[in-house]
Design a binder for this molecule. Structure first.
Ligand SMILES: [Fe+2]
Ligand SMILES: [Fe+2]
Length: 368
């Protein structure tokens, strides 16, 4: 295997980077066969070099290279400029305590109205299609009578299957918040009305989902087939969300709530497989997670394993689940967003904590 260190001795850092980019595709490739086509993904391997002993990045670059340079093409390398040192995330993450993250559980809000049923069945279909397209075998399925809460399967997924699944899903998950935020923004402009604090939460959700995607892309880079699937899926999904939010924002928020139930389920199952040692690379506590993730959640020293990373992502998904189920219960045009509001009375009783309420809050609980 050609390492970054070895490359440095025989050529300049620039040439070494070029060389490692050129050979990376041949080093560790995994094929996931679904729909009869191979979805290729390059999976980052473990590095046993302790974080503290890493070489400083050349010319002030972020030091991602120890995990990825010899294994994985960096899909979005930081641009070196004469003046700018780094660009931190514009939306600072509020962070979680470990207790909060461990309290997250998979959950399901039983559909009540006809709109709920439509949203739920659409998500069921999307899950079936994702399982089919990513080649999930029968023995890798969980109990389909409880598809959102059961996390045990006969056979674990492979790391490559997990990456194909989460990269595809995260590329989709960033769409609804942006569409909803954009449409509410335009509605406010053309109707000359206040929005009551929904737009920021929705845009922040889509930003957060995009961060998940960028982090996953540091763990594995998709091949041409998968990139094409992502492109097509965005074209279809963006337009579907746009029309559906214009027709019924309530049903659309419910749909996103159900989609986020799937996300919490997915990451809970992944956590279980990591903890059981079913995923050899990610179960290894010395697996280096991407620096971009450490920065974004300000992950404390000693709590930077793959398990910790998934705990953070899962807590975010639980937040989206509770927020969207709650927003679906509100009057879309007049109710303030309870998640950013200050309360007149009983703040500790009425202020919602979305991550801990899988089914979301009813209108009377948070609006009064
Ligand atoms: Fe996500
Ligand atoms: Fe999400």
């Amino acid at each position: 295997m050609i390492s970054f260190e070895a490359s440095k001795k025989i050529c300049s850092p620039k040439q070494a980077a070029k060389l490692s980019r050129a050979v990376a595709p041949f080093l560790y490739q995994a094929h996931v066969v679904g729909l009869g086509y191979p979805a290729t993904i390059r999976v980052a391997a473990i590095t046993h070099q302790p974080r503290a002993s890493r070489q400083p990045a050349p010319s002030g670059r972020r030091n991602f290279s120890t995990t990825s340079a010899n294994q994985l093409r960096d899909v979005f390398p930081a641009k070196d400029t004469a003046f700018i040192r780094r660009t931190p995330p514009a939306w600072e993450h509020p962070g979680y305590t470990e207790e909060e993250m461990l309290a997250v559980t998979p959950g399901h809000r039983p559909p009540e109205t006809a709109g709920d049923w439509v949203a739920w069945k659409l998500v069921r279909f999307a899950r079936w299609a994702t399982d089919f397209a990513t080649g999930i075998g029968r023995e890798q399925q969980v109990d389909m009578k409880n598809p959102t809460t059961a996390v045990a399967a006969e056979k674990p997924l492979t790391e490559a299957q997990w990456l194909v699944r989460v990269i595809f899903l995260e590329s989709i998950a960033g769409v609804p918040g942006m569409v909803a935020g954009m449409l509410r923004h335009l509605h406010s402009l053309r109707r000359l009305k206040r929005d009551n604090g929904w737009i920021e939460t929705l845009l922040e959700e889509s930003f957060n989902e995009r961060m998940h995607l960028l982090i996953c892309l540091k763990l594995g880079s998709p091949g041409l087939f998968m990139k094409t699937m992502i492109l097509g899926a965005q074209g279809v999904f963006f337009n579907a969300m746009f029309l559906s939010y214009l027709i019924s924002p309530k049903i659309t928020h419910r749909f996103v709530g159900y989609l986020e139930e799937e996300a919490v389920h997915t990451y809970t199952r992944m956590l279980r497989e990591i903890e059981q040692g079913d995923l050899p690379k990610w179960s290894d506590p010395s697996f280096e997670i991407p620096e971009i993730a450490v920065d974004y959640w300000r992950m404390p020293e000693g709590k930077r394993t793959m398990r910790d990373l998934i705990l953070y992502i899962r807590a975010d998904e639980a937040g989206h689940r509770g927020v969207n189920h709650t927003l679906a219960n509100l009057k879309q045009k007049e109710d303030p967003n309870p998640f950013v509001s200050e309360y007149r009375v009983g703040e500790e009783k009425h202020k919602p904590n979305a991550a801990l309420k899988p089914a979301g809050y009813e209108r009377e609980e948070v609006i009064g």
